[in-house]
Design a protein around this ligand. Structure first.
Ligand code: ADP
Ligand code: MG
Length: 704
């Protein structure tokens, strides 16, 4: 149970001054994007961990001819002319000119209420304006200033004020007030860190550090390396590492079983394969078999770049479980992928005498109940499926091995649910996401890792080109030549808008345009399609009935059509590098020479340019991931949420990388001395786990 003194922190933010149910929703969207339920509330805790990203320093008021390139400023100006948009062009912004004795500044408002602006910005009057400066065609402007106040009001404002990341519908004033109210609610907490360690580091306690972070006095106080920031980052990283160590210990403690296997089925499978295994595949299989044969429970990660051939490794491991009389489960993150595994593995399994079935959300009624009966009777050896495999009523006769494909696509909660279901089964998780070492540590802790370091022989490098989308005509011409010569290509439309429907409309438009250019050959798949429709489109692309597959990113994971040799990605600048790498991995799988075209729109910034350049330079997924991390920081990498990576609220994986290593060692030491967190410090550490919402792990302790 959560320590009662934390309760005030987990209380809803509703009721803080100015926060009603409606605003709480807005807050929740900003503060808890990863929350499990859509209507999760924003809590006091969420406000506390929402740290300032800047500060308004009203002590300093630059003249208009001395405005900085960027950043938040406060200026004293005289209001000039109002320039509403012409009536027939409501989408254009409303502008207000302002000036002082050195220059001018434009205030910009979209969707403005003219009456309101007339009231707060009367021409000829003095106003103090705070906001973020931007430059447009050489002139400074501030869009939607944070504050517009008269001289009287200004005199009453604090001279220094933190600036928080905001979202639509939330004003800085209200958020700031809510955070200040939340700070009042911090209860007294036990110290969970080692006293000597924090003393040596010169860190204060949790509450004091948090308060200080919310009250920056200088820009230096916002740095990632202030003692306060480091203290809280270390807290968070320690919570993360403790939780992972607990999960791992818990799993290892449950006695596993020994699956030695006879090797018979595996021998038949290897004979049936149309290729021989790579050296990496063989050594990964040997490591897995060694773990399976040992009495301890296996907990192993198989990491292998896109196309390195993880599926067959999984199959051989599953076969070893079956040889020992048990069953295997093979879970994929999407329906498409589960069907594809089923389709490619069926012929092999038939030859080897393995009974293979599939269960997804789509198997219903009679089919489903027959399947469940056969599964419970042990008449199915290997069950492939989506997370439908772990619904409550799915009961295996004797589940020995669970393989999770593309496991980063599953959330931490799903993984824990699954581990509960799998009881004492061995666990093999596979990922193609080449997670940099630092991040891997935050996701897996000290899991055993096998790596596929080489690709199957005969693969040709993919020729990657980066092009502006203005050259679309050339792209279409090239595509025409390819399709006329009988080739196959993917065309990926990005998810760019916040709304899936808008994106979908864009993808559909693109598909229509391409279908006009290439009649009879173009198909479309997207995430909103019904399962059967998706399958049909994928199947006809696989069969070659359609040769141009327009898609949103649903093809990203795992899809395997060796005949496809061209991958075109629109708005490539909007994708994470890991995602682009995954997409590119869809081609270069067969004997043909493959090309990947990364189209970008508009002018690229420095970072975007550097990112796309890396894609052109290397196909090494690990290097790409390291560079991506370096260029963008962990928060943005891969779209953390979709990748199932932990979301850190305070810590920054790049800036705090050494703390992470220390936290890992610390977690190991703590649990070696106090496995059940039963000492006074252990009790305090339980507070920490709850505070950073790693409390799933606490339940594992009490479960024994
Ligand atoms: P991933 O690791 O991305 O899941 P897959 O398991 O889908 O890769 O394998 C990619 C492709 O490589 C498949 O078409 C598979 O049949 C083929 N493949 C796997 N292993 C080998 C090998 N040793 N030699 C040749 N082709 C292989
Ligand atoms: Mg795969």
């Amino acid at each position: 149970m959560r320590p009662p003194r934390l309760n005030p922190l987990f209380a809803s933010a509703i009721g803080l001054k100015g926060i009603g149910p409606k605003l709480d929703k807005v807050l929740a969207r900003l503060l808890r994007p990863g929350a499990a339920t859509a209507n999760a509330e924003a809590r006091i805790l969420d406000l506390l961990f929402h740290l300032p990203s800047g500060l308004i320093d009203r002590r300093e008021r630059p003249k208009l001819d001395a405005l900085p390139e960027k950043g938040i400023v406060t200026v004293e100006v005289t209001v000039g002319k109002h320039k509403p948009p012409p009536p027939h062009l409501k989408r254009l912004p409303y502008r207000v000119e302002c000036f002082d004795d050195t220059g001018s500044l434009t205030l910009v408002f979209f969707h403005a209420f003219a009456d309101h602006l007339q009231r707060v910005l009367p021409p000829g009057e003095t106003r103090f304006i705070s906001g973020s400066v931007d430059w447009f065609q050489g002139s400074p402007q501030i869009a939607h200033p944070d504050h517009i106040v008269s001289a009287d009001e200004f005199a009453r404002l604090p001279l220094i004020e933190p600036v928080y990341p905001l979202t639509a519908g939330l004003s800085p004033k209200i958020l700031g007030r809510a955070v200040r109210a939340a700070l009042e609610k911090i209860p007294s907490l036990p110290e969970w860190q080692d006293e000597a360690w924090i003393k040596r580091k010169g860190w204060g306690d949790f509450a004091a550090s948090l308060r200080k972070l919310h009250q920056p006095q200088t820009h230096g106080d916002l740095d990632m390396l202030t003692p306060e920031r480091l203290r809280l980052a270390y807290d968070e990283l320690l919570a993360n590492q403790l939780a992972l160590s607990l999960v791992r210990k818990h799993m290892k403690r449950k006695a596993g079983r020994s699956f030695a296997g006879t090797g018979e089925i595996r021998a038949r499978l290897v004979t049936a394969l149309p290729y021989s295994l790579t050296a990496s595949q063989s050594s990964a299989i040997a490591e897995i078999l060694r773990d399976m044969a040992a009495p301890e429970r296996m907990l192993r990660l198989l990491q292998g770049d896109v196309g390195s051939g993880k599926t067959v490794v999984a199959l051989l491991a599953l076969a070893a479980a079956v040889e020992s009389g048990a069953q295997g489960a093979f879970m994929a993150p999407t329906e498409i992928l589960a069907r594809q595994h089923f389709a490619t593995l069926t012929p092999l399994c038939e030859k080897a005498g393995l009974r293979l079935s599939i269960l997804t959300g789509r198997e219903k009624g009679r089919v489903r109940s027959d399947l469940l009966a056969a599964l419970a009777a042990g008449e199915i050896d290997i069950l492939i499926g989506t997370h439908a495999l772990f619904q409550d009523d799915v009961a295996f006769h004797d589940l020995g091995l669970v393989v999770i494909d593309e496991q980063h696509r599953f959330g931490v909660h799903q993984r824990l649910a699954l581990q509960a279901k799998a009881q004492d089964a061995d666990l093999l998780v596979m990922t193609a996401t080449p997670i940099p070492r630092t991040l891997a540590l935050t996701v897996y802790g000290d899991m055993d890792v096998s790596k596929l370091t080489e690709k199957p022989a005969g693969r040709q490098p993919v020729d990657t080109r980066v092009m502006p989308s203005e050259r679309m005509d050339e792209v279409i011409d090239g595509l025409r030549r390819l399709l006329e010569a009988g080739g196959r290509a993917y065309w990926i439309c990005p998810l760019v808008e916040e709304s899936e429907l808008v994106d979908l409309a864009a993808a559909e438009d693109r598909a229509r345009a391409l279908a006009t250019a290439f009649p009879g050959r173009t198909g479309l798949v997207h995430g909103r399609m019904k399962g059967a429709e998706k399958d049909a489109a994928m199947a006809s692309f696989k069969a070659g009935d359609i040769t141009l597959l327009v898609s949103t990113t649903v093809v990203e994971v795992g899809v395997d059509v060796p005949e496809a040799t061209v991958m075109i990605v629109e708005n490539a600048e909007r994708f994470g590098l890991a995602q682009l790498h995954q997409l590119r991995g869809r081609v270069g799988r067969g004997a043909g020479k493959s090309t990947c075209l990364l189209l970008y729109q508009g002018k690229l910034g420095e970072t975007a340019k550097a990112r796309l350049t890396i894609m052109r330079e290397t196909e090494d997924g690990f290097r790409i991931a390291e560079e991506d991390l370096r260029l963008r920081g962990a928060g943005e990498m891969l779209g953390t949420r979709q990748a199932g990576l932990p979301v850190f609220r305070v810590a920054d994986i790049v800036a705090h990388a050494d703390l992470l290593a220390a936290a890992r060692d610390d977690a190991g030491l703590i649990l070696a001395r106090d496995a059940n967190l039963a000492t006074p410090r252990g009790e305090a550490l339980r507070h920490l786990l709850y505070l950073f919402e790693r409390d799933d792990a606490v339940r594992l302790i009490s479960a024994g």
